[in-house]
Design a protein around this ligand. Structure first.
Ligand code: G3P
Length: 212
């Protein structure tokens, strides 16, 4: 039982690693990325404030946090005989969600983290990669037409949840469908400031293919 609790705590702490904040501090001498751009400690704002290389690193590492928590951690518990094979799925969900919660409310950064997009992406890659693949296409379609990352992220999150209702993407365990909607709702919650800016017409667009 103690090992399970430690693993759950580990998943939260892994998610808590404030990648954007530390990349800014360690490599760009930027005290707090949350005081720049959109104010978010996430990949999009890192692209915006610190450039492509830093943004790509933050995107990949934040996604890795979700993937590692939902894939490697439960696999390790299984290999140690701490959990039974029939419980592996539940631990993937629990550890993944705890990493996402850690990313959004990081104990290592005054509980002010990112919006959870990349970490949810990584978590769901470990659980439902095919559905994530289609949701990513939705993300790219919305991004290429609107150039709003926030809108694309929310739409992809909702698409992921809805796709799971369709036979080809229907998961073996219906709990996964509920978690899909829970995570989509979480994305809407974390993007509430973006929603306000989208409604006011002041949300910033990302430059794509030379468009400014
Ligand atoms: O990474 C989250 C993204 O969907 C929006 O980020 O910085 O534009 O608020 P941002």
């Amino acid at each position: 039982m103690a090992i399970i609790l430690l693993a759950l705590l580990g998943a939260y702490l892994l998610g808590s690693i404030p990648t954007a904040l530390w990349v800014g501090r360690w490599f760009f001498n930027l005290a707090d990325i949350r005081e720049h751009g959109s104010g978010n400690a996430g990949a999009t704002n890192t692209f915006r404030v610190l450039g492509k290389k830093a943004g790509t690193f933050v995107l990949l590492f934040d996604a890795f946090k979700g993937f590692a928590a939902a894939y490697f951690l439960p696999n390790w518990l299984l290999s140690q005989g701490v959990i039974a094979p029939e419980n592996l799925f539940y631990f993937r969900l629990a550890c993944g969600v705890l990493a996402v919660v850690g990313h959004i409310f990081p104990v290592l950064a005054q509980f002010r983290g990112g919006k959870g997009v990349a970490t949810i992406l990584g978590m769901m890659l470990a659980i439902a990669p095919a559905t994530v693949g289609v949701a990513l296409l939705v993300f790219l379609a919305v991004l290429s037409t609107t150039r709003y990352v926030s809108l694309s992220s929310m739409t992809a999150g909702l698409a992921f949840a809805l796709l799971q209702l369709l036979p080809p993407f229907r998961p073996a365990n219906p709990l996964q469908v509920w978690f899909g909607f829970l995570l989509a709702a979480m994305l809407v919650y974390t993007h509430r400031a973006n929603i306000g800016r989208l409604r006011a017409g002041t949300e910033s667009r990302v430059p794509l293919w030379g468009k400014k």
